[in-house]
Design a protein around this ligand. Structure first.
Ligand SMILES: NC(=O)c1ccc[n+]([C@@H]2O[C@H](COP(=O)([O-])OP(=O)(O)OC[C@H]3O[C@@H](n4cnc5c(N)ncnc54)[C@H](OP(=O)(O)O)[C@@H]3O)[C@@H](O)[C@H]2O)c1
Length: 353
């Protein structure tokens, strides 16, 4: 029997918000109550997102100031945020205060970076601005569902796209003790990773048929990957990360390299990953090398390994908007509401995109 838990999406007019709308539209237990957007308020979902017109024919975007009026006292609420970091925390603080006043039973999953660090000072030093709701940090856990059996907070801060692919690749390796603490990661992301607002670096003539690194060894996702890996593996981790912009719209591919403390075979390494993800429905250890086309538009992660003597390579591919954001958020929301983790998420990748 389905539950019809009301769902609200903040930042619903963006790329991640659009993916959350697509996932909620077919979810058997969440029912869209409000797609929140100031820029698109009053427009139908189909007017902004033509691909969702048939799936959500009766829904109009609701302005940020108006959505709380749609939530009934004493009801349940699955609240997703796909707002930008820096804005999300304050929006969620207002929402949670209003929900408390109305005795609404609410779980939040925030796709932004605002709840990725437990300490306000750590977040502010990396994001260079004042945190919007430091009093709420203790109510959010930041982790991947694959690395946290149970959490003791009502809400979750999703790790983000590069960190999802990287951390799924690093945690079994670091936890195994096969290497020292240092990992070297090169990652390539599609252009949807930068959001819908056009900027010079994501403009089609710049991005198409092009490939370039940005912020090498200085990207803010490196400390996020280190923090997540340390929490999940119990071991100190040094992350050396070089992100790249790729000439495709969606998908992330990361290559993790490390030196083993002894000679290790590919089959030994593969067994480590198979063991680590034996109970993880969305993580698959593949033969050969993972390809983004096999995961794009799905919540799956493909991992491949290779070794040569004491050299180790682990590759991971995900969809940045699904497993790296909206799908990962839905996976957590399922768990927060004690629904099977895979609910509404078990579609395969289309393969030809
Ligand atoms: N894109 C990815 O691959 C990805 C992956 C993981 C995590 N994330 C995170 O997910 C969030 C959404 O990413 P996105 O790529 O979907 O971004 P986006 O396309 O730029 O959309 C963000 C949406 O947030 C809304 N918004 C609300 N308050 C805002 C404010 N103060 N300033 C600007 N916009 C505001 C905007 O809608 P209205 O103006 O209509 O209200 C906008 O459409 C971000 O925090 C991002 O870091 C993104």
């Amino acid at each position: 029997m389905s539950r019809a838990i009301p769902a609200v999406i903040l930042g619903a007019s963006g790329y991640v918000g659009g993916e959350l709308l697509r996932l909620v539209a077919v979810h058997p237990d969440f029912e869209l109550r409000a797609a929140v957007s100031d820029s698109a308020a009053g427009q139908t979902v189909g007017a902004l997102f033509g691909h969702l017109a048939a799936a959500l024919p009766d829904h109009e975007f609701v302005a940020h100031a108006d959505w709380l009026g749609l939530i009934e006292p004493g009801s349940e609420l699955a609240l997703f945020s796909a707002a930008p970091h820096g804005a999300s925390a304050a929006m969620l603080a207002d929402a949670l205060a209003a929900c408390a006043q109305k005795s609404v039973d609410v779980h939040v999953v925030d796709a932004s970076a605002d709840f990725r660090f437990a300490e306000q000072a750590a977040w502010e030093s990396i994001y260079g601005t004042t945190h919007g709701a430091p009093g709420l940090l203790g109510e959010f856990t930041c982790a991947l569902p694959e690395h946290a059996d149970e959490i003791d907070t009502p809400h979750v801060g999703h790790p983000g796209c590069f960190a999802t692919a990287s951390t799924l690749a690093t945690v079994p390796l670091i936890a195994s003790g096969l290497t020292g603490p240092e990992v070297f990661i090169a990652g390539i992301t599609g252009s949807t990773g930068s959001g819908k607002k056009p900027v010079a670096g994501t403009h089609h003539p710049e991005r198409n048929s092009n490939l370039y690194a940005y912020k090498p060894l200085a990207h803010r996702h490196a400390p996020e990957v280190a923090t997540l890996t340390e929490a999940a593996s119990g071991r100190t981790t040094g992350v050396h990360f070089v992100p790249h912009s790729g000439p495709f719209a969606r998908g992330i591919h990361v290559t993790v390299q490390a030196k083993s403390t002894s000679v290790v075979s590919a089959s030994q390494l593969r067994a480590v990953y198979e063991d680590a993800y034996a109970g993880a429905p969305f993580v698959h250890i593949v033969d050969g090398t993972p390809r983004i086309k096999n995961v794009v538009a799905s919540n799956h992660c493909h991992i491949g390994v290779a070794t040569d003597g004491d050299s180790i390579v682990v590759m991971a591919a995900i969809d940045n908007l699904v497993k790296g954001a909206a799908g990962g958020a839905m996976q957590w929301m399922n768990r927060l509401w004690r629904l099977p983790e895979t609910t509404g998420l078990d579609m395969p990748a289309p393969g030809w995109t």
